[in-house]
Design a protein around this ligand. Structure first.
Ligand SMILES: C[S@@+](CC[C@H](N)C(=O)[O-])C[C@H]1O[C@@H](n2cnc3c(N)ncnc32)[C@H](O)[C@@H]1O
Length: 244
């Protein structure tokens, strides 16, 4: 019997299967990417079953804009563009991952509704977005620099001491909490494995469900008490990061 992993790979066929809701294995999807990025999939990229559910929970309609903060190889944006009429953007520091996401978008025929920005998320405005997704984007800053396989595609804060990495984690978590205030009322936020912080009162938890290795949480931007003044001791834009 032919090993399905060696069979002819047709990205357009893959796109059609994802569009019509057929079961697609993660290893089949990951063939869109260069081999070193495939091997990181199980740990670092959202599994397809979770990505499909994220798209359902964000429930994007035509004309809306969705954002994946720390988009990796763009898996959620790509699945989102295939399974909804919305436009999907991904923010990612590492250039190699941006290139892989853009190449996969072209192969799947969704380059017109996906865009990937190489930027530190702390500098990016969420204001124009109707939905946001986060898969524990800053978890690696709390690990020793050598302990994450993502280091192979760029060190990120890898050259810094443990204390500096923890400070970067705090900066990014604080920036993320602040970004929630810039969303319009009604905008949705979905997290998988959280983001390392606690949302301010302008986001309300409306759903929580177990899936794969963790839970998905759905938060909605509500009209809340006015935003409290920023802690002057924490500047989330200080020391922006660059991908390697
Ligand atoms: C756990 S992966 C999730 C990837 C993708 N969201 C997914 O679900 O498949 C987290 C990603 O966040 C990126 N990242 C970490 N810090 C970032 C920052 N400050 N700005 C933009 N991206 C960042 C990392 O490079 C990594 O690719």
């Amino acid at each position: 019997m032919t090993d399905p992993r060696r069979a002819h790979f047709d990205p357009r066929q893959l796109a059609a299967e994802l569009r019509d809701g057929s079961e697609v294995a993660d290893h089949a999807f990951d063939r869109l990417y260069p081999v070193p990025l495939r091997t990181m999939s199980r740990v670092h990229w959202t599994p397809l079953a979770v990505a499909r559910r994220v798209v359902e929970l964000l429930a994007p309609v035509a004309g809306e804009r969705m954002l994946d903060v720390g988009a990796g190889v763009g898996k959620v944006c790509l699945v989102g563009a295939l399974r909804s009429p919305a436009a999907w953007s991904g923010l990612e520091l590492r250039p190699a991952l941006i290139r892989a996401a853009e190449q996969a978008a072209r192969a799947l025929g969704v380059a017109d509704r996906t865009s990937f920005f190489q930027t530190d998320m702390a500098t990016f405005d969420w204001g124009g977005y109707d939905g946001v997704y986060l898969y524990n984007p800053f978890g690696e800053y709390l690990m020793p620099a050598a302990a994450t396989s993502l280091r192979e595609v760029g060190p990120l804060a890898g050259e810094y001491s443990h204390a500096a990495r923890v400070a970067q984690h705090r900066r990014l978590v604080t920036a993320t909490e602040e970004k929630a205030w810039s969303l319009r009322p009604g905008a949705r936020v979905v997290t998988f494995h959280g983001f390392g912080g606690a949302w301010p009162p302008c986001l309300e938890l409306v759903q929580r469900e177990k899936i794969s290795t963790d839970v998905l949480e759905v938060w909605v931007r509500v009209d809340a008490a006015p935003r409290p003044p920023r802690d002057p001791g924490v500047d989330p834009l200080a020391e922006p990061l660059r991908g390697a």
